[in-house]
Design a protein around this ligand. Structure first.
Ligand code: EPU
Length: 339
């Protein structure tokens, strides 16, 4: 087998923030078993490797001097238990959600319309409208770059947390996910406690929603607030919702009567980063005529309306982090992965 690389490939159409950096070598991986050979090429030339899924949760700050591998492996397999599915990492996430609904496998509907690939979903443990990816996760398989072997990881190995996993920490750049196994339900039970979702269904007159209703509602809510990356480049929420101590939340609530806060099980409090940004005046604001804005309908999303450079994205984020720290004493953590 010989592997063919594209040289000096622009990555603009491979990251949804549309940052125009290039890759010295680019490889579109359509068969998982090509991976060892592609990695050997990089190793022999002593080049760094960057893995891209849908490019919807990365910020590329400069030209990549090594090998970029775009994960494009496809395929969905049902096991004997029809609600146990193994999905190739390059499958589109939203495509999977719709496929599952059409095949009577329920649970993913709250995660409708999240951009990106199936293989990227575990990395940030995608979540929306009261549901998180890890709830359906059974195992995943991928290439361990240290032991140079295929390896299967179970749920406890992955250290899932809010928008976090081992793949953003100890295994960052060390493990390449090629397939994911999920267990869904054959019971069409809708989860609709998330306030915005509940309100939308009530207003639509749907009192006993089915999973398809939930999917349609989530799609409508997302379309009304979140910019479509194909039209307005973005990587979704740019910051995580910060978690603070209950005492600090109480002090903030005294000062800001309309503070949006959610108590979480460990006694701490999660704040809405979007609310903090809006209060601080960042909603709809542009950064230094760079074409970078915090979105005017959801201030947690940074959008690139021009030809912004990756470093400007980081400068903008740092300015905002400093401002939120100064105003509220709250530190905001960047959500996408920075390269
Ligand atoms: N809010 C504001 N102003 C804003 C944005 C939000 O006041 O500009 C307030 C809202 O009014 C609401 C609260 O903040 O009271 C929460 O807003 P929303 O329901 O829009 O959710 P979020 O916390 O801003 C999170 C996820 C989204 C996910 C939604 C729905 C994170 C970092 N973001 O956003 O995920 O779609 O909940 O579950 O957790 C993503 O990760 O890329 C993403 C889009």
């Amino acid at each position: 087998m010989t592997v063919n690389f594209a040289a000096d490939q622009s990555l603009k159409s491979y990251n949804t923030l549309a940052i125009n950096v290039s890759a010295r070598y680019f490889y579109n991986l359509t068969e998982a078993d090509q991976l060892p050979e592609v990695l050997t090429f990089a190793e022999e030339k002593n080049l760094p490797v960057l893995i891209l899924g849908g490019g919807s949760n990365v910020v590329l700050t400069k030209d990549f001097p090594g090998v970029v591998i775009k994960i494009a492996v496809r395929g969905i397999t049902h096991h004997d238990d029809k609600t146990l599915l193994t999905i190739a990492a390059g499958e589109n996430w939203h495509g999977l959600v719709i496929y599952c609904l059409q095949n009577n496998c329920y649970g993913l509907e709250n995660l409708s319309l999240i951009p990106g690939t199936v293989g990227a979903a575990p990395i940030q443990n995608i979540g929306a409208y009261g549901v998180e990816f890890e709830q359906f996760f059974v195992s995943l398989t991928g290439w361990d770059r240290e032991t140079k072997q295929w390896r299967t990881l179970k749920k406890t190995d992955c250290q899932f947390d809010y928008r976090d996993s081992i793949f953003k920490n100890q295994l960052k750049d060390k493990f390449i996910i090629t397939e994911v196994t999920l267990k869904l339900s054959d019971q069409p039970k809708a989860v609709c406690d998330y306030p915005a979702l509940k309100d939308y269904l009530l207003t639509s007159g749907i009192s006993e929603p089915l999973p398809m209703d939930v999917s349609e509602a989530v799609i409508a809510i997302r379309q009304s607030k979140l910019p479509d990356p194909n039209q307005l480049p973005n990587v979704g929420s740019f910051f995580k919702n910060p978690v603070i101590d209950a005492e600090q939340a109480e002090l903030l609530a005294e000062k800001y009567r309309n503070l949006v806060q959610f108590p979480i099980p460990n006694g701490q409090v999660k704040l809405a980063a979007g609310w903090l940004l809006e209060q601080a005046g960042w909603k709809g604001k542009e950064y230094k005529n760079e074409g970078l804005f915090m979105h005017d309908r959801q201030s947690l999303v940074m959008v690139n309306k021009g030809v912004a450079e990756g470093m400007a994205v980081i400068d903008f984020a740092t300015t905002i982090q400093q401002d939120i720290q100064d105003r509220f004493g709250v530190s905001l953590e960047i959500e996408p992965v920075i390269y």
